[in-house]
Write a protein that binds this ligand. Structure first.
Ligand code: CA
Ligand code: CA
Ligand code: CA
Length: 373
């Protein structure tokens, strides 16, 4: 046994091999769809769920983050995986060490009004929407609470997630605040980067499933901006359901989420069913977006970072899975590079021509402009 264990550690496959959905965990769900499936899941993920507390220096969420939110995927250096500052395409603007300052870590209660002072605990569904820090066990539930830069967390305030095409503020990793450009909502929103939209959507859907019996009490708080609508079945206002459906299909479950779900299960005793079974999202909730809206989403490839800095750009967004060829043109119409690759596996493109200037990337019937700096 020891030899096999050592071998697996050497291969780096311990997480995937040992941690998985416990046998029988989702018993009773077979054949269910719609809100009956959601109710059954609510019962399953409430059973055995422990409230470990918020944490005071150590314990609670602070301790959970040591196994749930570690960067083993990008820099792979054991620092905090902060979705509000991680740059998936390159070096992060800053990184945090896990733990209290007395132990050399960067966790904090208070920081300064700039990025890169410390990380704290961010309720991805703002706690003001369900009654605040004393509303337990919600306020302590790691399945939707993440470590995040103190300042970006503060900027996010209690805006719902959303999409904006007119940002008034952008963080170092490209998270934005601005007026909503998503159909049927006009307030201010916080838009995380594409890489984490699915992660955050599945956290929101977990919340309205785990706490569905309490939802009618929550819609009284900040009712204008609170996406919780007081229903126990659907849970969120329709525009927010539409957004969650879009994000969860645009950004499928990653190994990072699977590992996070397992780490929290080990601590807290319950799971996020939409990471284990992403197909359940569409079995439970329906989008009301028109086919025109959906077609538009399918045509929204974007490039990051833009401007391109080190000759490496990344494509993201809808349609990437079906893409096998892109062409890059200079502004005078000259074809400068053709890239043949399966973009399902990677949206990364290394530019051959790094002459500064404006370029056009053509992918199918889409054209995206980018700048090389
Ligand atoms: Ca990182
Ligand atoms: Ca990075
Ligand atoms: Ca993701």
């Amino acid at each position: 046994m020891n030899k096999i264990f050592t071998f697996l550690i050497a291969l780096g496959t311990v997480g995937g091999t040992f941690a998985q959905i416990p046998a029988g965990y989702y018993d009773g769900t077979s054949g269910l769809t719609g809100y009956p499936l959601k109710s059954k899941l609510s019962e399953i993920i409430t059973n055995g769920a422990q409230d470990l507390g918020y944490g005071r220096g150590t314990g609670g969420l602070w301790t959970t983050f040591f196994t749930s939110d570690v960067d083993n995927y990008y820099e792979k250096n054991g620092t905090v995986l902060d979705m509000y500052s991680e740059n998936p395409a390159g070096a992060d603007a800053y990184e945090y060490k896990l733990g209290q300052s007395s132990a050399g870590g960067n966790q904090c209660g208070n920081g300064k009004n700039v990025e890169n002072t410390c990380y704290n605990r961010e309720h991805t569904l703002p706690k003001s929407f369900f009654g605040g820090i004393d509303a337990t066990p919600m306020a302590n539930d790691a399945h939707f609470i993440i470590p995040a830069d103190y300042y970006v967390n503060g900027q996010r305030s209690n805006y719902p997630y959303g999409e904006t095409d007119s940002p008034v503020w952008t963080s170092t990793n490209g998270s934005k605040i601005g007026g909503s450009s998503f159909p049927d909502y006009g307030g201010t929103i916080f838009e995380p980067i594409d890489e984490f939209k699915g992660d955050l959507a599945r956290m929101q859907l977990y919340f309205i499933t785990r706490y569905q019996s309490r939802l009618p009490n929550f819609s009284q708080y900040y009712s204008g901006m609170n996406p919780i609508d007081g229903t126990t079945d659907r849970g969120f206002k329709q525009w927010y359901i539409n957004l969650m459906l879009k994000w969860s299909s645009q950004d499928p479950v990653s190994q990072k989420e699977i590992d996070r779900n397992n780490a929290i299960y080990d601590r807290q005793g319950n799971r996020n069913p939409f990471i284990d079974h992403p197909e359940w999202v569409k079995l439970i909730w329906k989008s009301t977006l028109s086919s025109t809206d959906v077609a538009l989403f399918k045509k929204t490839l974007s490039i990051y970072p833009n401007p391109v800095l080190n000759g490496e750009l990344h494509l993201s967004g809808y349609g990437l899975d079906d893409l096998s060829k892109v062409q890059i043109y200079s502004m005078d119409g000259k074809l400068v590079q053709t890239v043949d690759q399966n973009f399902r596996n990677s949206g990364k493109i290394i530019l051959k021509n790094q002459t500064k200037g404006l370029y056009l990337l053509k992918a199918g019937d889409q054209t995206v402009k980018f700048i090389v700096q």
